[in-house]
Design a protein around this ligand. Structure first.
Ligand code: SF4
Length: 422
């Protein structure tokens, strides 16, 4: 089935701007920390917009740093450093990369590491490992560690849950006030949220470029382009970045430039991005006329609890909005909510088949995939497959094994397509 046609990896203006954006983002973080700003390390889901309410407070995201390290090819190197310190290879590779980096003096990091934190804030609705991971630094550096306790989402958040989460945000605010002596301005948080919301609207426009046939984007584009949302939520620059991304993507589509012009198989990806395979996997799929056009990892951004449309409620109270957004990512959702979101995605994007990536690191993302796979396949009459990956540790991935399954999936899809047209 594979053609000998060479597939070129696209170098776009947006890609170049992203590289510059991320370089500036980490440079700014290091500069502000060096100038004396108060540094908070946060788990991805912790509401970054809260810190905009203080002058002189910056945040860093260890998971984002780990993902970038994996994408730049230093994942296994940093993992091995943690393993030599006694951390098991079975632990999440993000944690191993991060621990390996910081206990080796930030060496080999693509971002020169992260500035040392004054405060750590994790949460437990993605996974409990994250709390333990942040606790490592809490013990090693004697830095205070707050843990956001967010109820797991089997259903849309209840009023009680919103109140419970908001009370914990108030604890974050009072802790930073006490530690820094700075005043807090909720109006600045409101402004930061308005930038995030606008950026999410552009983000959704970008993802919807995949509804075109052929798709205007690959899910790999969305994997790399999500980075600023993690590191720069609440900043005006974020809006401009995504506005330009949409404009450029649409202009390319109008010129007839598509990532997989010969697209025959439109696929959906379920799990974290395979950071070490972004170029390899997209190029090899393109040679097979296949495109992973959407991913649960990126279509959940800006949404809540089994939706793929943006969350547009809670416009009045900033802390309530941020509480609702605690349920945006896939890991804290029960199977029915995940299935609902995936079903909508299958219909919206015209998906022919789903690749469930069983992730050796992220058990919480992977644990219900087997059930999800059979239910989605039965509901939509589309073939699905499961491959083994680790999102950041290439030592736990076999390209040949993965593509054996993927090629079999494409053959199944081909049979379905022929059956429909017969
Ligand atoms: S196990 Fe999954 S949710 Fe937990 S830190 Fe790793 S990637 Fe994140």
């Amino acid at each position: 089935m594979e053609t000998k046609e060479k597939v070129r990896h696209r170098k776009t203006e947006s890609g170049r701007r992203l590289t510059e954006f991320m370089a500036q983002s980490y440079l700014r973080l290091h500069e502000r920390a060096a100038a004396g700003d108060f540094v908070v390390w946060i788990a991805i889901i912790v509401p970054a917009e809260i810190f905009a309410g203080f002058d002189g407070v910056v945040f860093a995201v260890p998971e984002s740093h780990a993902a970038m390290s994996a994408a730049k090819g230093v994942g296994p190197l940093q993992c091995e450093k943690a393993e030599k310190l006694g951390y098991s290879m079975d632990l999440c590779s993000y944690a191993r990369i991060d621990i390996g980096t910081h206990f080796d003096g930030e060496k080999d990091s693509p971002t020169f590491g992260l500035p040392k934190p004054h405060l750590l804030i994790s949460n437990n609705n993605n996974c409990s490992l994250l709390v333990k991971w942040f606790d490592v630094f809490h013990r090693a550096w004697n830095v205070p560690h707050l843990v956001l306790d967010v109820p797991f989402a089997y259903h849309p958040q209840t009023e009680n849950e919103v109140g419970y989460i908001v009370a914990q945000f108030q604890k974050i605010i009072s802790t930073i006030k006490e530690m820094t002596g700075k005043r807090f301005d909720i109006e600045k948080v409101r402004e930061a949220i308005s930038y995030s919301r606008e950026a999410y609207r552009w983000w959704k426009d970008f993802l919807l470029c995949a509804t075109n046939r052929p798709s205007g984007i690959t899910a790999f584009d969305s994997f790399v382009q999500m980075a600023p949302i993690l590191t720069d939520r609440g900043r005006k620059q974020l809006v401009e970045h995504y506005r330009l991304l949409v404009e450029e993507t649409k202009a390319m589509m109008q010129r007839g430039e598509f990532p997989v012009p010969s697209e025959r198989y439109r696929l959906l990806w379920d799990n974290i991005a395979p950071w070490h395979q972004l170029k390899n996997m997209s190029a090899r799929l393109a040679a097979l006329h296949a495109n992973i056009i959407a991913a649960s990892y990126t279509y959940c951004i800006g949404t809540v609890e089994g939706e793929i449309d943006l969350f547009d409620g809670e416009t009045e109270d900033p802390l309530r909005y941020l509480a609702r957004m605690q349920n945006f990512s896939v890991c804290p959702m029960g199977k029915e909510l995940r299935k609902r979101a995936m079903s909508k995605a299958v219909e919206t994007f015209g998906i022919d088949g789903v690749i469930f990536a069983s992730n050796r690191s992220c058990k919480v993302y992977s644990v219900m995939q087997m059930d999800l796979m059979s239910e989605i396949s039965a509901m939509h009459g589309i073939p699905c497959t499961m491959i083994d990956v680790d999102h950041a540790d290439i030592r736990k991935y076999s390209e040949e094994h993965a593509f054996l399954r993927i090629e079999a999936l494409l053959e199944q899809i081909e049979r379905v397509k022929r059956g429909k047209s017969a």
